[in-house]
Design a protein around this ligand. Structure first.
Ligand SMILES: Cc1ncc(COP(=O)(O)O)c(C=O)c1O
Length: 379
């Protein structure tokens, strides 16, 4: 069977072959517990520390500032809950944005039950948070600002450096969810100016269920997972050695060819956009025209239903919807709603995301298939 063309790299990426090779010895041979003081513990322990260096290399931080987690969701939970619990004597106010992933929005929402209050900032029609709005939202009791680096649905990249400066001037901790940006665009923590940054392994060719949280030296979020003393007492539980090794390798690969990879993805994305919006009247791209991920293309087809397009092309192209229509109406994604995309456009939104394994031939074929499906459905 011919598999559909995979254009859903923002959902997850395939494993890089080098990542699989790097992990293999830890599945087949080096099974030891990194905390064991005997012979079996030493190689896994060394491998975990090497991986920490590799992650730190991509983020431009010290290895001791990297804590391994079970993925982007846990990293966000750790950053947000850990910070507010540690800082609750100083205040109870959090600032975030309306376009965050549920792994941030739901965490903030859950904290309402514990007396924390969250200001959710609006975005403009291109998905951007205004740094001036962040500054205005700051109160004497603000203890945390959490704004994502790049959006998973539309790819808009936030002005993280400007927001970081505001946070720093007011002595407020600043976290960014960089699950979608790490490995695709530069995400060095000093250039961004952030105090904490979340990484999700499966968005950069490492396995699912592994991630990392960067925590700047002086920042001390409360411990998130209690137990034994792994990860310098910051995250208890025997390390997931195999996947940590995979994440390390993936970060090393990303740092080796970041600019080249970025340029390739941008070309593929633009070619796909030309093959769709260039030939289909009543279609538009949702994102900031410049500040956007090189691999992400959110396209709205006016008056159409995303699920009907996806059903029709499903045998040939794998993509994600930006809205779900059902008998009771239409559920438009919170990101498109926050951007104020009118319903007649938003409900026909499809997210295409290309990656390292995508070819020009795939992009051309996908554009043909989607354009034909849209024309047929319109007829
Ligand atoms: C922006 C963003 N944050 C967080 C996550 C969650 O990461 P994970 O799947 O590793 O828990 C995702 C995954 O889709 C994401 O796109």
């Amino acid at each position: 069977m011919n598999k559909p063309i995979y254009l859903d790299y923002n959902a997850t990426t395939p494993h890089a072959p080098e990542v699989i090779e790097a992990m293999r010895p830890y599945l087949e041979e080096h099974f030891g517990n990194p905390s064991s003081s005997h012979w079996y513990g030493s190689e896994p322990r060394r491998a975990v520390e090497e991986a920490r260096q590799q992650v730190a290399g991509l983020l431009g931080c010290a290895a001791r500032e990297v804590v391994f987690t079970s993925g982007g969701t846990e990293a966000n939970n750790h950053a947000i809950k850990g910070t507010v619990w540690a800082m609750r004597e100083r205040g109870t106010h959090i600032i975030t944005s309306a376009v965050e992933h549920p792994a941030v929005l739901e965490v903030c929402r859950s904290l309402a039950g514990f007396g924390f209050e969250t200001t959710v900032l609006r975005v403009d029609g291109e998905g951007l948070v205004d740094p001036a709005a962040v500054e205005e939202a700051i109160r004497p009791d603000t203890i945390l600002i959490t704004i994502m680096h790049a959006n998973n649905e539309v790819g808009t990249i936030q002005p993280i450096g400007d927001i970081a400066e505001i946070a720093r001037n007011q002595n407020i901790i600043f976290h960014t969810d960089a699950a979608q940006s790490v490995g695709k665009i530069p995400a060095a923590v000093d250039a961004l100016g952030v105090d904490m940054l979340s990484v999700a392994g499966h968005k950069l060719y490492a396995p699912k269920g592994i991630g990392a949280l960067y925590i700047r030296g002086p920042v001390k979020p409360a411990k998130f997972c209690h137990g034994a003393g792994q990860e310098r007492g910051r995250r208890a539980g025997t390390e997931n050695v195999t996947q940590i090794v995979g994440l390390g390798k993936a970060c090393e690969l990303a740092s080796l060819n970041l600019q080249e990879h970025l340029a390739e993805m941008r070309q593929l994305r633009d070619r796909l956009a030309d093959g769709l919006t260039g030939v289909l009247p009543g279609s538009r791209v949702n994102s900031h025209p410049v500040h956007r991920l090189p691999n992400t293309l959110s396209v709205s087809f006016r008056g159409m239903e995303a699920n009907r397009i996806i059903e029709r092309i499903g045998g040939e192209v794998a993509v994600s919807p930006g809205a779900a229509c059902h008998s009771g109406g239409v559920n438009i994604s919170h990101v498109l709603s926050a951007m104020g995309i009118p319903e007649e456009w938003a409900k026909g939104t499809v997210r295409f995301s290309v990656g390292r394994m995508t070819t020009v031939a795939e992009v051309d074929r996908a554009a043909q298939v989607v354009a034909a499906a849209v024309r047929e459905l319109r007829d």
